[in-house]
Design a protein around this ligand. Sequence first.
Ligand code: SAM
Length: 374
Amino acid sequence: MAEKVIPLADHRYAAALPRIPLQPIPSTGLLSDTLGRPLRDLRISVTDRCNFRCGYCMPREVFDKQYQFLPHDSLLSFEEITRTARLFAAHGVQKIRLTGGEPLLRKNIEVLVSMLSELRTPDGEPLDLTLTTNGSLLARKAQALKDAGLKRVTISLDALDDTVFRRMNDADFPVADVLAGIEAAQRVGLGPIKVNMVVQRGTNDREIVPMARHFREQYGGAIILRFIEYMDVGATNGWRMDQVLPSADVVACLNEAYPLQAIDANYSGETAERWRYADGHGEIGVISSVTQAFCQDCNRARLSTEGKLFLCLFATQGHDLRALLRSDHTDEQIASAIGLIWQGRGDRYSELRSTQAPDTGSGAKRVEMHYIGG
Ligand code: SAM
């Protein structure tokens, strides 16, 4: 029988060894990159495993029973994650999002949450500590996460219709269990809750209005539903532009059912464009990373499950912080290395997407979203 080829096995390990500058780069909280963008947001992938097989993220044909996920000893330990996060907080990070893979699959995740909840910004403020989940284990875990110090959660949910949802998660997982997870998160106070729906033209675009109706009617303004354009992340999902439903179309469709009014961003660098229901029943957001790139104020860094630092969701190469963490470098040296990496950052893939030659084949070296974290 022919041997199965897994297309991304090698380059998920590609990473440069960070350089430690001769002159230390102090942790002033004021770092900026070559485009003047500060470092404010760190996303940490705590596992590359997921119990869903959404076709746009971890298609089953690739991530099947033979697929080799990272071995446990290559994952950053909770101590290594917390040490790294502390150095990032000193450099100005104010928000940490745990992600994956499915972060609630990482054993004892609440222990990590409690360790991270101790961190402070240079001004002594607690970090905005949050987590993105598919919601499948949330009903069971919500209370423990809250008790450990998690502030809020974002839940991914692509459809309310059970048939559409089961088809999209490709794990036959029922929507009722995710809704129960959302309910539990709301009950224990993990809010304000955001629900993210990736919209794929022809797959779940009929779910836009039912999703809006559900969250308006059940939760009023308490839950913010956000619609995400399907992105060309990774190299395995076979992305095509004609599967992208532009956010402008989502807004137009919703506006017919429930008139909307544009509202200002909460802060600079916010990924979602905000709209409120004219009748006062809360707000929605649209994240238009394909049709309206927002690289100019991207302040996000991503730490992969095995400790590679990525500066862009569409990056092809990371920086191997784990190599520094597992040698005898001091915090000051590692912080300086992080500072140097950020100071050299010029990534703006989404802005350049339309000017680049189309990807003609494999999508080559882009890292997968479940590996660097969504
Ligand atoms: N398992 C968790 C979850 O489902 O939220 C966290 C990881 S998942 C990679 C994070 C988010 O990325 C999810 O909302 C998912 O829908 C989104 N996502 C994955 N691939 C995507 C793509 N190609 N385009 C847009 N969003 C995508």
